[in-house]
Design a binder for this molecule. Structure first.
Ligand code: SF4
Length: 119
């Protein structure tokens, strides 16, 4: 990697998690985006990666670009987001918890994440 060596650790952990050789920390599943994506998914994924970087609990978080296929693809995740047009939904184990404006999406997601971690 032609990057800050700190990022090598992050990538190494992702590889170990994908091989089921590490059972700690957050696994983020995000979609590759397509014509249905109407929110800034790159930024949202980056923000969620920062928000969850120090969490040790093994959690699966899905960040999907649309509400058409996103909820289905996020079904297996503990917590998920699916973007709409200027809005997004927050999901918990496949069930819709909230439908909020794009500007509130990260904040509302954080509230749900904090609730989940408090249990
Ligand atoms: S989840 Fe939606 S936006 Fe993302 S790739 Fe699938 S169809 Fe496209």
């Amino acid at each position: 990697m032609t990057e800050d060596p700190v990022k090598e650790i992050i990538v190494a952990k992702k590889i170990l998690k994908s091989l089921n050789l590490l059972d700690e920390g957050v696994e983020i599943i995000s979609c590759p985006i397509c014509g249905r994506t109407k929110i800034n998914l790159f930024k949202l994924v980056e923000e969620i990666e920062k928000l969850t970087a120090k969490i040790k609990e093994p959690l699966k978080i899905a960040v999907m670009g649309c509400v058409v296929n996103g909820p289905g693809e996020a079904k297996e995740a503990d917590l998920g987001i699916a973007g709409g047009v200027g809005r997004g939904i927050i999901l918990k184990k496949g069930e819709i918890l909230k439908n909020v404006s794009e500007k509130d999406l990260l904040g509302e997601f954080k509230k749900e994440l904090d609730k989940m971690l408090a249990k």
